[in-house]
Design a binder for this molecule. Structure first.
Ligand code: OSB
Ligand code: MG
Length: 383
């Protein structure tokens, strides 16, 4: 049977190099599960015979927080299983017999797809699909702040920069009062909240109050691996629930939508475990008319280039969590800088061959040295 979105290269995979890095964030994103000042990543550099090179970014954190994956588990999965199974092949079929480790898998697929796009002299986005836009509509994700005044100040700054959709992280005790104040100050903006699984069904009275604030959506209010209980919550609310953490693949998305557990899907290629599976999820949402957007994991420019290519696909119908470079890293690991197009709250999708962005060797070396300089206890202390 023809497997959709199956990619085969003309040249075999010749070399794969891992670059563990640590980069200081311009602004810490504090969520209901915490936040890091120094962001780790594992960059996967993949070279095809013939010389085309691609990059993938593994967004696993220092500790199991957003996901069970960590830098340590990803290094293990990549170096002991994924890389050996890929070397010398013209495809990544070998990855599919390994369960789990989606962030590590996506890093492999992103590196492979961007290398193949480069070898074919086409932008990654064109390899992903047709009917694309040149620009992706984006919003900004704002962490938990020390006060409501501080929150209003960050929102004002981001609106002035041109972001037309504001996402605020919430947690118990930092929700209704803060969101009411924001809604009062900005009655008309596209506003949403992301709970990162911090609530339970016992919080229904709170969600009823949030329901009066005309939020665009509430992201992942309940269990990180739950669909069933979200299905108990959504019928009580007019505000759409968007699922992030609990959607691991296209079947989860279908289950959530068909059972009414949510009405919007956040697609993070890293959480879905690959470009192939992400394209299946995109196709499902597109065909079923399910609102879809691309989530972010504070990627460097290399990972954000992949997310931007995904966000340019025609089934992505809502603003994505992809912000300009100056929201994340100054300087970034890439030579290129992403800026916000103020007039329409978009970022232009790279149009050059492959990823369309390049790693800066000096900054890469520095970020690798920062990672290497961390002792185990510092590393643990970061979380
Ligand atoms: O839940 O969407 C989330 C970042 C890290 C972990 C989880 C999440 C996020 C974001 C960041 O919201 C969005 C971005 O990359 O700009
Ligand atoms: Mg989220």
């Amino acid at each position: 049977m023809h497997e959709p979105y199956h990619l085969i290269s003309d040249q075999p995979i010749e070399q794969i190099t891992l670059h563990p890095i640590a980069m200081p964030l311009v602004e810490v994103l504090t969520t209901s599960f915490g936040g890091d000042a120094l962001r780790p990543a594992i960059l996967v550099e993949l070279r095809l015979a013939g010389g085309a090179t691609g990059w993938g970014e593994c967004v696993a954190g220092w500790s199991p927080g957003y996901s069970y994956e960590t830098i340590g588990t990803a290094m293990h999965a990549l170096s002991d299983f994924f890389i050996p199974t890929a070397l010398g092949k013209t495809h990544l079929d070998g990855l599919h017999r390994f369960r789990g480790h989606p962030m590590a898998k996506l890093a492999m697929e992103a590196a492979f797809w961007s290398a193949v796009a480069g070898a074919r002299n086409m932008p990654l986005g064109d390899l992903l699909g047709s009917g694309r836009k040149d620009r992706a509509v984006v919003g900004v994700s704002i962490g938990i702040q020390p006060s409501i005044d501080a929150t209003l100040a960050v929102i004002e700054k981001r609106l002035n920069e041109g972001y037309q959709r504001i996402k605020l992280k919430i947690k118990p005790g930092w929700d209704i009062d803060m969101l009411r104040a924001v809604r009062q100050a900005y009655p008309d903006i596209l506003l949403m909240a992301d709970a990162n699984s911090a609530y339970t069904l016992d919080d229904l009275p709170l969600f009823k109050k949030l329901d009066d604030l005309n939020l665009l959506m509430i992201e992942q209010p309940l269990g990180h691996d739950d669909i069933y209980q979200h299905g108990k919550l959504q019928p009580h609310l007019r505000t759409p629930i968007c699922l992030d953490e609990s959607i691991r693949n296209v079947d989860d998305a279908r289950l959530a939508i068909e059972t009414g557990a949510g009405r919007i899907i956040n697609l993070k290629p890293a959480r879905i475990g690959g470009i192939t599976e992400s394209l299946k999820l995109h196709a499902y949402c597109h065909e079923a008319g399910v609102p879809l957007w691309i989530g972010g994991m504070l990627e460097t420019g290399l990972g954000r280039a992949v997310n931007l290519a995904m966000a340019s696909l025609p089934g992505v119908t809502m603003p994505s969590d992809i912000s300009a470079t100056n929201r994340y890293y100054e300087p970034d690991i890439t030579n290129e800088v992403f800026t916000l197009n103020r007039e329409d709250s978009t970022i232009t999708v790279p149009a050059g061959p492959g990823l369309g962005v390049t790693a800066n060797p000096a900054r890469l070396a520095e970020a690798e040295a920062t990672f290497a300089s961390l002792t185990k206890s510092e590393f643990m202390g970061l979380k």
